[in-house]
Design a protein around this ligand. Sequence first.
Ligand SMILES: [Zn+2]
Length: 255
Amino acid sequence: MSTLDTLIQDLVIANRILAREEVVDAYGHVSVRHPDNPERFLIARSLAPELVGPDDIVELDLEGRPVREEGRGLYLERFIHAAIFAARPEVMAVVHAHAEDTLPFGIAQGTKLRPVIHSGSFIGPEVPVWDIADRFGDTNLLVTDMAQAADLAQCLGRNNVALMRGHGFAAAARSLIEVVRLSVYLPRNARALLRAKQLGGEIRDLSPGEIAARNRGYSPYSVETWRAWEYWATKAGCGHLLTRPDDGRSTPPQG
Ligand SMILES: [Zn+2]
């Protein structure tokens, strides 16, 4: 299989995993930058992620326009992906979702979403909150054009995740496997933090040193990362689509 075909297959797997892990439902999407043309990205047509197959993947430019004539409907919020890929050349994959456990942290000002569990370290030390009303007033809260998406990308800055007030989150990473991992653990980290708040007392975030230590040991193709990807894909019913990474890309265990 070509690199492009493998990536499309991985994108299908990513869609199914995010659905199975309840990060997305009928709404929400994941994209990956085109391997041969950094000015383009791949994303499903307007379809619930659980139902996405290889034939549903379309190619868009960094304005969110389809590269080929496309009669099928596209995601209304595809501009989120276009703007983040445009603003962040190192980003290879993006997720936008409405995962319920993340929402309180975009609404309440009292507690910031911080990494508090080891698997939540990849959300990074800062999670900015983007409020569409700040620049665009009363909207339906959806990101439906490039101006809104560019504003969101600016708020995201160099961070891995931005919360979107009353709506959801946008996450960016260097690979599909990383953005899926990040998006799966983000709501779990949020849930742990909410429960810790209920127990009361001082809340201890991961320290900057702990976050750095986790990042230092991380590789998207390590045995440990692959273990999660394989597990999630199999659980989501698409283990047969898996393409194993080359052995040469494996790194020593670190988690
Ligand atoms: Zn949305």
